[in-house]
Design a protein around this ligand. Structure first.
Ligand SMILES: Cc1cc2nc3c(=O)[nH]c(=O)nc-3n(C[C@H](O)[C@H](O)[C@H](O)COP(=O)(O)OP(=O)(O)OC[C@H]3O[C@@H](n4cnc5c(N)ncnc54)[C@H](O)[C@@H]3O)c2cc1C
Length: 460
């Protein structure tokens, strides 16, 4: 067995791990990154990027079909066809460009990448096949895995998001189990590809992590698209001879829903199994590794970042933690203490939450002004054929410091940057209301929400 020595060893090459490695390389820290599958992790290979690519394909197809059938814009086209193999090839091309780019950046920053599955021996030793690596600092960045339902084991017609993002053909019917953001992003995309889609959700609302006012426009659009919703329904099992999903209705009746595929999207859990993590006997926080405000675990010089360290399981959080950990190891003084981390659902319409919602502000004992501005009064939204949704601001009544932003509407994912910046910079309602926002943009609704909170919206 050969032995390698390094200052920093990172297990996992997802956004958390590869960003740690790039920053460490920039800071001159000798670094080894071990990745068992593909650089870029869940995010680039089977998560954020492939899902947004498929959503784009679906949107283009849906729009073309709309123009073929009834174009309010005066566009005439013949009925579109879909070659899903080509669509998947296009998506794979993007994934390939991005993962190759990550490999190039790692090389440029002199990071040694070892392909293989790491097995932890102790806090300073890891084995990959017949290579033993010894390090001074160990960063655990092994990400997360889909939660499986025992009555719906993945295989054949039962698929996870990974299979849903690489279809070889488009099914006629799909049932999505789970009305969270992954299930809805994919369910809406499949519906727009022409699939008969149903969503089964155990709770009484879709996107149960967000408040009802915010999710209503998504709910309305699902209805408009013809997605059937089985809310407060729970899955009991799948009959593979009849191709039916058995679902328990709130009135106690069992429904047998016929389908070609079932997409299980009921959440993700930290990837703590199968790589001898037990050897470290780290303190846990539920199913994730317990970390402090420097991403340090209960063992000295052992860090955990990204999905492995729990919620919010988002790529940008993993990257920010990774960048900070690399700087800490280089001797800089850093803490992971963001005012807010934006969460975006790329549903139709899109939904953004940054900072505190009105309920959260209330629960935190803050006396807040809550104000919203509808996209129905925003010119840019109209030119994008979309009038649904709104921007909502939550600000302290005493000093007008903004503590939260929420928005739902077409293209609002791009507003998340302005929202996060305003919170990090401690902006007050007057700062946003007094900033000239370009016309015509969706961003004008952000300014108007702040002005409305101050009692003088201009366009309402
Ligand atoms: C369908 C889908 C859509 C998503 N969309 C978004 C989105 O729009 N925005 C967003 O912010 N987040 C999104 N996410 C979540 C996002 O992908 C994760 O939050 C992010 O990838 C977490 O990064 P990470 O570095 O912690 O882990 P991962 O990206 O999961 O990377 C972990 C890596 O570690 C490797 N690994 C694991 N064990 C070992 C071992 N023992 N040895 C070597 N290597 C190992 C794995 O192969 C993997 O490459 C989505 C997820 C899914 C599934």
């Amino acid at each position: 067995m050969q032995t390698l020595n390094t200052t920093l060893l990172i297990i996992g090459g997802g956004p958390g791990g590869y960003v740690t490695a790039i920053r460490a390389g920039q800071l001159g820290i000798p670094t080894i990154l071990v990745e068992g599958q593909s650089l870029g992790g869940t995010c680039l290979n089977i998560g954020c990027i492939p899902s947004k690519a498929l959503i784009h394909v679906a949107e283009q197809f849906h729009q073309t079909r709309h123009h073929h059938q009834l174009s309010t814009l005066g566009i005439g086209v013949s009925a579109p066809t879909l070659d899903i193999t080509k669509s998947v090839e296009w998506k794979d091309g993007i994934v390939d460009r991005l993962t190759t780019g990550v490999a190039t950046l790692l090389k440029k920053n002199k990071v040694q990448v070892i392909q293989g599955w790491a097995r932890v021996i102790d806090g300073k030793t890891v084995e990959v096949g017949d290579t033993r690596i010894q390090c001074e600092h160990l960063v655990l960045a092994t990400g997360s895995k889909s939660v499986n339902l025992p009555m719906l084991p993945i295989g054949g017609p039962i698929i996870s998001s990974t299979e849903a993002l690489a279809p070889t053909s488009v099914p006629k019917r799909l049932i999505v189990v789970g009305g969270g953001y992954i299930g809805l992003e994919l369910g809406i995309a499949y519906r727009k590809l022409g699939v008969d889609v149903s969503v089964v959700e155990a709770q009484e609302r879709i996107l149960p992590a967000y408040d009802a006012e915010l999710t209503q426009p998504v709910h309305d659009e699902l209805r408009k698209l013809g997605v059937r919703l089985y809310l407060s329904h729970s899955v009991q099992g799948f009959d593979s001879t009849e191709n039916t999903l058995q679902v328990l209705a709130p009135n106690g009746a069992t429904l047998n829903l016929e389908t070609d595929q079932v997409l299980v999207a009921v959440g993700r859990k930290p990837n703590t199994q199968g790589w001898n993590l037990e050897a470290l006997n780290l303190d846990m926080n539920g199913s994730s590794i317990k970390i402090d405000h420097r991403c340090q675990t209960s063992m000295r010089n052992v860090y955990a970042i990204g999905d492995l360290s729990g919620e919010p399981m988002l790529a940008h959080r993993a990257m920010a933690q990774g960048e900070m950990v690399a700087e800490l190891i280089s001797g800089k003084s850093r803490e992971f203490n963001p005012t807010a981390i934006a969460a975006v659902c790329f549903t139709d319409p899109e939904l953004v939450v940054v900072g505190k919602t009105p309920d959260e502000a209330n629960a935190a004992g803050l006396d807040c002004i809550v104000s919203s501005f509808p996209f129905a009064a925003n010119g840019r939204a109209m030119t994008l054929e979309s009038k649904s949704g709104f921007v909502r601001v939550v600000a302290r009544r005493d000093n007008h410091v903004i503590v939260g932003w929420q928005a739902v509407g077409v293209g609002v994912s791009e507003l998340s940057t302005a929202f996060a910046q305003s919170l990090e910079m401690g902006a007050r309602l007057e700062d946003i209301g007094g900033t000239i926002h370009a016309h015509p943009t969706l961003g004008e609704a952000v300014q108007e929400a702040a002005l409305r909170a101050l009692g003088h919206a201009l366009h309402l």
